[in-house]
Design a protein around this ligand. Structure first.
Ligand SMILES: [Fe+2]
Ligand SMILES: [Fe+2]
Length: 241
């Protein structure tokens, strides 16, 4: 189903619960009333086209139309992607870490297994930090500089050199899969962690990892299917100039 501006936002959430953290990143918190997407965006000063693009990319990316790409700035998209990174690093990862520590403290006889789980998650976290750091220090600043230069009609030699040396295509090729390791982690919990009587926290951990995994897949899809084509358009107009 394609999400459209006249739909009530509450109905959208009933239809796809996974969109709750997505709308949250736009500053919309639960208790938002009975308004349509359009009225809520207007009240909160949110760019409707951009909001719908992100919502649809999470909900059903096959419905994404490339026409959308022209209607918002790359800076807006990057602001959103940065907020998502922050949501992972400042909220989701610490929550999961706490849960693992709690599980380890509950069980005195299976300490070793939990230590391994902790170590595995630590490695995963470091991989994610490295991935995010590369995007935030290398890729995003390049995109913002590119867009500003084109908007202001002030393309410098160094920007052209940089774009020849490191175009968005290289980012796309190197853009690795950060969610794969989460599947391995889920498998450890499902298959190999020695059974224990207290399953409550295991369910919770499995659920948290599944939610994070889906969010990361959707985030990467926004980078691949919205950011990359948008930057390709910018690079094209750079060479045309
Ligand atoms: Fe990212
Ligand atoms: Fe990424």
């Amino acid at each position: 189903m394609l999400l459209e501006k006249q739909m009530k936002l509450a109905d959208v959430i009933h239809h796809d619960y996974n969109l709750v953290p997505v709308i949250n990143r736009f500053g919309i918190v639960l208790g938002f009333g009975d308004g349509s997407i359009e009225s809520i965006c207007n009240n909160k000063n949110i760019d409707i086209d951009f909001f719908l693009t992100i919502l649809n990319a999470f909900h059903d990316p096959q419905l994404l139309d490339k026409e959308f790409l022209q209607s918002f700035s790359a800076r807006l998209l990057i602001d959103y992607l940065r907020k998502t990174h922050n949501y992972y690093l400042a909220h989701k990862i610490p929550e999961i870490e706490c849960l693992i520590v709690e599980m380890a403290s509950e069980s005195s006889d299976k300490k070793r297994s939990y230590e391994l789980l902790q170590k595995f998650f630590e490695e995963y976290k470091n991989e994610l930090i490295k991935h995010i750091d590369r995007e935030e220090t290398r890729v995003y600043p390049y995109v913002i500089e590119l867009e500003e230069a084109i908007q202001n009609n002030s393309v410098s030699e160094s920007l052209i050199l940089r774009s020849n040396e490191y175009s968005i295509t290289s980012y796309e090729e190197e853009h690795d899969n950060v969610e794969e390791k989460l599947t391995d982690l889920k498998n450890i919990i499902i298959k190999y962690l020695p059974p224990s009587k207290n399953q409550k926290n295991r369910f919770k951990l499995l659920k948290e990892l599944t939610v994070l995994e889906k969010d990361l897949v959707d985030h990467a899809r926004i980078e691949d299917l919205i950011l990359v084509p948008k930057v390709e358009l910018l690079e094209k107009s750079l060479t045309n100039n």
